[in-house]
Design a protein around this ligand. Structure first.
Ligand code: SF4
Length: 380
């Protein structure tokens, strides 16, 4: 790749990276040469799922998106929010340039130069007067986040927060603490599916819903722990658990798997450390003990543990988004407990169990043609 191609390519990447939360301008700018209608492969960035889509561009304007059937997340079916991205792209109220609040309390547009100058001066002032750590960078996690994290670190502050802190951080950290990585579920082959606090049907992961629907059609047992009767609860057995009780219930399942000798000894012996310490600790978390935290009878917990052991390794505790009751004080521990139950079931890598992310072979990236321009809704 020569320098000219590199600059063209980084120009395109820059368009993606500066697209911000909505991200839709990125798909517009990723377009190649103009013609009556083009289908430009790109990613939807209306949420962190980043489904594969085609931006349909007519006369330099994105008119709609279509799903990319080759993309594993959405299997060619973007959700309603993704489809709305085109409206956001051309919404007259979309923020496209820096705005500054005036003395009258109203926002007025200012130039990028003025914005950079004023923000830079203010950041320097705060750093010298107080400390860099007094500044936090708060944003929605997006394709910019790697850069914004580097920026705030370079400024001298470790304080960056975003979507993850309000959503999946407990799950990611809890599951990574046990498995070293964040797994997903082989939904379509699962035989026993335990969902702590997740409502798959009210969410946005198309391929997961399609997979679980297939499993359900093949007779999979679905058990939903949720204080409310969610859409997913209609697909199986609903256990209205007390809020923040998932940790207690998962520990009690681990207790039954261990004390009744139902865990996958072969898998655990081959892959796990600390079984003796776990055994010593888990004895206190009995099905009877968990009742005070869950309102779920002890016998029901025994039944779940025994049935999961029978269905294993195609039995799974869904890490979901929160790894359990993620948004409570014990969310991280609930995620860890869910991961430990999965490990005891020996379902890692098994059909109908947990799976790691596959390695993807990278192809080549075409540089955009000379002078490619697509209307990205204006601004910059
Ligand atoms: S789930 Fe919907 S909003 Fe999220 S990336 Fe996919 S199509 Fe876009």
């Amino acid at each position: 790749m020569n320098r000219r191609e590199f600059l063209k390519l980084t120009g395109t990447a820059g368009a993606v990276l500066t697209a911000g939360e909505l991200g839709v301008p990125a798909l517009a700018r990723a377009a190649g040469k103009e013609s009556a209608e083009q289908r430009i492969p790109t990613l939807c960035e209306m949420c962190t799922s980043r489904c594969g889509i085609f931006a349909v561009v007519e006369n330099g304007k994105v008119t709609r998106i279509e799903g990319n059937p080759d993309h594993p997340t959405n299997l060619g079916r973007p959700c309603a929010r993704g489809n709305a991205g085109v409206s956001a792209l051309y919404d007259p109220d979309r923020l496209k340039r820096p705005m500054k609040r005036g003395a009258d309390g109203k926002f007025q547009p200012i130039s990028w130069e003025q914005a950079f100058e004023e923000i830079g001066a203010k950041l320097t002032e705060i750093k010298l007067k107080y400390a860099p750590e007094t500044v936090a960078f708060i944003e929605y996690n997006n394709l910019n986040s790697t850069l914004t994290k580097r920026f705030i670190e370079a400024y001298g502050s470790p304080n960056h927060t975003g979507h993850a802190a309000n959503c999946f951080a407990n799950r990611n950290v809890g599951y990574s603490a046990v498995f070293g990585t964040l797994p997903t579920v082989d939904y379509k082959n699962v035989k026993y599916y335990l969902s702590p606090g997740r409502n798959l049907l009210g969410g946005i992961k198309v391929y997961e819903v399609a997979g679980l629907a297939e499993a359900k059609n093949h007779g999979a047992k679905i058990v939903v722990l949720d204080p409310r009767y969610s859409e997913l609860a209609t697909w199986g057995e609903w256990l209205p658990i007390k809020s923040a009780g998932d940790l207690a219930l998962l520990l009690a399942i681990a207790n039954v798997l261990i004390t009744e000798n139902l865990y996958n000894k072969e898998w655990v012996a081959a892959h796990c450390n600390g079984l003796e310490q776990t055994k010593a600790e888990i004895v206190q978390y009995t099905p009877e003990w968990q009742v005070q935290h869950t309102d779920i009878p002890a016998e029901k917990v025994r039944e779940i543990a025994r049935d999961m052991a029978k269905a294993a390794p195609a039995a799974v505790v869904d890490p979901g988004w929160h790894g359990g009751n993620g948004m409570y004080w014990n969310g991280f521990e609930a995620a860890r407990a869910g991961a430990i139950v999965n490990a005891l079931l020996g379902n890692w890598g098994a059909k109908g169990g947990l799976k790691g992310s596959p390695k993807v072979a990278l192809g080549t990236i075409d540089t955009p043609p000379e002078g490619a321009v697509v209307d990205s809704g204006g601004g910059g």
